[in-house]
Design a protein around this ligand. Structure first.
Ligand code: PLP
Length: 471
């Protein structure tokens, strides 16, 4: 009972309760205090928002997603992974305690397998000697976690990269307080001459450069960084390091390095082979050649304080990648990885070869430039006379948000929607490409199958016509 039956007064406990409730009602309570990074992260990035909006109403078998960076399901070796899992669990002597915690550098089996994989296949010209004074470190959760670790281990400052840029990482860098400078790429990758010019204009600000980030098969464009350009970039950053009197690391992101499916392309050299100062790091992943779900990414670089700090950071954020996944990956690298890579590349090559003529046939002169097709699984298009940003008629037509029933279809049974990544999200918002970026977009031929991609391109043709009718 809240009141005393004799005195009629509130029981003291209830009195306290009511007083506190009233106090809280009268007091304005502020929300959880967020760090600058927390504040920036409380708003989803534009691409996350776009993908979430699309995913919410996605209709399987009707809508077409050329926006996601998902690999093709058919390239994932489901059976081999199942077999590898059984083999790992059946051999506890080799794969010790594989369902337990692992060490922070990564599974010794996986590290040995990666070494062998690189040396035996002479990936990029890597030899035993290349790896002698270098270490391999496994990330906590794919290459992404290693990229993210860098943002915690190096002080905020300037990061140089290519434009268009890998928007996911560059967005993360921005939220962590880094200032990204993006240098337009040409058909050999990040333009070295423009980079030299930029460095000259930076003057004393060069002191604030923290690192370079270069994607060797760029995402979104799939432009392949040529060996010459790679050597030139290492040379520029080596000179810059001497100039500022401090080693400036250059990270090469090799996410799609093993997906060069055009046999006319020169074999890609490893940037490690060009490094004389100990500033080159390569980031690799098994996501594209095995399965993103394994979440295995790795970093190769000179032994030393930086790699040690990456290992500690991995420990801080979850000890290491799930050990069972690392052991499965080790087994797969030791058993038939070459055939698997071949299979993956054949699949993407067939698709790239088929999609390119469809782009020409359906979009024709409306396409001013088309990049990609030799590696990875994206085409990056520049339209001649139509914008592609989220306010454009092209975008509204494809996402069925024009507000006109004849275009969108009847409510509840809309026409097929098509999603792509608008170029406005891929180019640096304050860079030189911001204008042209509004006419660009990335389409993936990885995830969807060919009939759906063909249908999506037909819809794009209609979207361009709709844009022209309205302009
Ligand atoms: C350039 C680039 N780096 C890294 C990643 C992520 O790799 P992981 O799956 O190992 O985190 C991707 C994924 O699409 C990518 O495009």
């Amino acid at each position: 009972m809240a009141t005393n039956s004799v005195t009629g007064r509130l029981n003291p406990l209830w009195e306290t309760y009511y007083r506190r409730a009233e106090f809280q009602r009268n007091m304005k309570i502020r929300d959880v205090l967020l760090s600058d990074y927390g504040k920036a992260s409380s708003i989803p990035s534009p691409v996350n928002q776009l993908m979430t909006d699309f995913a919410v109403g996605f209709r399987d078998g009707r809508d077409i997603n050329l926006g996601v960076g998902y690999v093709n399901e058919q390239t994932i070796p489901h059976q081999q992974i199942q077999h590898a899992c059984e083999a790992v669990l059946a051999h506890p002597k080799k794969y010790r305690a594989s369902l337990n915690y692992g060490g922070a550098q990564g599974s010794p089996n996986l590290i040995a397998s990666l070494r062998r994989f690189h040396i035996e296949n002479r990936i990029g010209g890597i030899t035993e000697q290349t790896l002698n004074n270098r270490d391999i470190v496994i990330g906590a959760n794919g290459a992404t976690s290693l990229l993210e670790s860098i943002t915690h281990l190096l002080p905020a400052g300037i990061v140089l990269t290519a434009d268009p840029m890998y928007y996911i990482y560059c967005n993360d860098l921005g939220r962590k307080g880094f200032s990204v400078i993006a240098i337009p790429e040409d058909d050999e990758g990040l333009n070295a001459e423009r980079l030299r010019m930029k460095l000259r204009t930076l003057g004393n600000e060069k002191e604030a450069i923290r690192f370079f980030y270069v994607v060797t098969v760029n995402n979104p464009t799939c432009t392949i960084l040529s060996n010459n350009r790679k050597r030139e970039l290492v040379d520029i950053v080596t000179r810059l390091s001497y100039e500022v009197g401090r080693k400036i690391p250059i990270f090469f992101d090799n996410a799609y390095r093993d997906l060069v499916h055009d046999t006319d392309v020169e074999p890609l050299a490893s940037a490690l082979c060009y490094d004389t100062l100990g500033i080159v790091y390569e980031i690799g992943t098994l996501s594209k050649i095995l399965a993103p779900g394994l979440r295995i990414g790795y970093l190769i670089g000179p032994k030393g304080r930086f790699l040690d700090s990456v290992i500690q950071r991995t420990s801080d954020i979850g000890f290491s990648a799930p050990l069972i996944n690392q052991e499965i990956a080790s087994y797969l690298l030791d058993h038939g990885i070459e055939a698997q890579i071949q299979k993956v590349n054949n699949g993407y090559h067939q698709k790239a070869k088929q999609v390119k003529p469809w782009i020409a046939e359906l979009l024709g002169d409306n396409v001013q430039e088309c990049r990609g097709g030799s590696a990875g699984f994206y085409y990056y298009l520049t339209l001649a006379n139509a914008t592609t940003d989220t306010t454009s008629d092209f975008f509204k037509f494809l996402t069925r948000t024009t507000g006109q029933e004849k275009v969108d279809g009847p409510p509840g049974s809309q026409h097929p929607k098509v999603v792509y990544i608008p170029g406005e999200h891929c180019v640096h918002p304050a860079g030189e490409m911001v204008g042209v970026g509004k006419r660009q977009f990335r389409i993936s031929y990885g995830f969807e199958e060919l009939p759906q991609i063909h249908e999506a391109l037909k819809q794009m043709k209609s979207a361009i016509a709709y844009n022209h009718e309205n302009s």
